[in-house]
Write a protein that binds this ligand. Structure first.
Ligand SMILES: Nc1ncnc2c1ncn2[C@@H]1O[C@H](COP(=O)(O)OP(=O)(O)OP(=O)(O)O)[C@@H](O)[C@H]1O
Ligand SMILES: [Mg+2]
Length: 391
């Protein structure tokens, strides 16, 4: 034995947990507390220290609509098993009656339709997205305050013992599952705390968010937690590992989300089956216009996304459909003060692949490779059709 007396640092996280944190922060803006809890639970799981016979983690996410609760769950799945769709989503409001519960757990043998139903929460469904490197599953119960008594009992069993008994008595094991639950409880009260301080209507120094005012941040968190304590029984709350209040999004967060969403639109362009890969960029004026239109305390990023669809995606779609935009074009989107609208200009055409990579970054490599193959084919096919193009 060698005596060392070496101090240790239990606050450090490992490489895998750090990588998860970086991926989540790149996708979800302004909800670092929630991200921190997911990373902690993941690190506990990696160290093999999850409580035996319980799910890997039980989270309750509170907070206003469009603040990133569902997005964070999808981003966690994306970061760990490369698929944002790898989340089994149970919308609690849809499972009020016993025949609806049967969709989740199947009906007992002998009941009509027993053989045809594939319960949503069976073991195969849980395991289907696991990868060689990550054996985790993800289940999301949305709007749990709307769950019926039957669904509550089912949920309590899963949270506590990590098992569920199906209609035909098969058992489902949830011990490798992250369980997320969401609720908008307290959101209205949070909004009223913030309404005078947010948005483009407010004066710049009153555009505070939870991050710029710790007192306000504390109030928002307390409002959410109190609403949950009033509504849910201690029996339920005791089974939750972490209850997190998502903060309403202010202008600085929406600004970052706009950039993330613009990249998503660019990705859509490259992955579209119509196959007209082009590059677009927005001027500062165009971005400001979208932000001014898209900032709304009540609907958070959902409103911004709607504004983006209406003002950018729809016009771009029209330009593609009328062949005014073609593969390898470079399109500039600017804001015209006179008309109060976005204006679209083709800045260049026949961009070489290296120029496209430079413009949109290396995270699009696979899309560019796909494009290189298909555009060559298309170019041959469409060589004669250029003359018929509409002006
Ligand atoms: N904090 C955020 N960071 C990045 N994107 C966000 C954030 N919040 C919302 N978004 C964007 O807005 C969309 C809608 O958000 P999301 O579905 O996560 O809302 P929610 O909090 O689950 O709301 P609801 O309570 O209505 O279900 C997301 O798909 C994402 O594109
Ligand atoms: Mg949601």
């Amino acid at each position: 034995m060698t005596r060392t007396n070496q101090p240790l640092d239990p606050t450090l996280t490992g490489q895998h947990a750090d990588r998860l944190e970086a991926k989540l922060k790149a996708r979800v803006v302004g909800q670092d507390e929630a991200i921190g809890h997911i990373v902690n639970i993941y690190q506990t799981y990696l160290a093999g220290m999850t409580q035996p016979g319980r799910p890997v983690g039980n989270f309750l996410f509170l907070g206003p609509t469009g603040s990133g609760k569902t997005r964070l769950v999808e981003a966690t799945a994306e970061a760990l098993v490369n698929d944002a769709q790898a989340v089994i989503k149970v919308d609690c409001a849809e499972f009020q009656h016993s025949h609806e519960i049967a969709k989740l757990i199947g009906s007992p043998p002998g009941y009509l339709g027993h053989r045809e139903t594939h319960p949503m929460l069976c073991q195969e469904a849980l395991n289907q997205f696991q990868t060689e490197t990550c054996k985790l599953s993800f289940v999301l119960f949305d709007e749990i305050e709307k769950a019926s008594d039957a669904l509550w009992n089912l949920l309590l069993g899963i949270l506590d013992k990590a098992t569920l008994t199906l209609g035909d008595n098969r058992r489902v094991d949830f011990s490798r599952t992250l369980i997320f639950m969401t609720s908008n409880l307290g959101a209205t009260e949070m909004e009223s705390l913030l309404r005078p301080r947010l948005g483009f209507g407010a004066s710049p120094d009153s555009r505070e968010t939870a991050r710029t005012n710790p007192q306000l941040d504390g109030k928002i968190a307390r409002t959410g937690l109190e609403a949950a304590r009033k509504k849910f029984t201690p029996e339920f709350l005791n089974r939750i590992d972490k209850m997190v209040v998502f903060r309403p999004l202010g202008e600085p967060e929406l600004r970052k989300i706009l950039d993330i969403e613009l990249r998503m639109v660019q990705r859509r362009v490259f992955e579209s089956p119509v196959n007209v890969p082009f590059v677009f960029s927005l001027t500062a004026g165009a971005k400001e216009h979208l932000l001014a239109q898209g900032t709304d305390v009540k609907y958070g990023a959902r409103h911004l996304k709607r504004v983006l669809e209406r003002n950018l995606v729809h016009p771009l779609s029209n330009l593609i459909a009328t062949e005014q935009i073609r593969a390898r074009d470079m399109v500039r989107v600017d804001y015209d003060h006179a008309s109060g609208r976005l204006v679209f200009t083709k800045e260049a055409e026949d961009l070489p692949e290296y120029a496209m990579t430079q413009l949109i970054g290396s995270s699009f490599t696979s899309q560019l490779a796909r494009m290189a193959g298909s555009v060559a084919v298309e170019a041959g096919r469409a060589a004669g059709s250029r003359g018929t193009r509409r002006a």
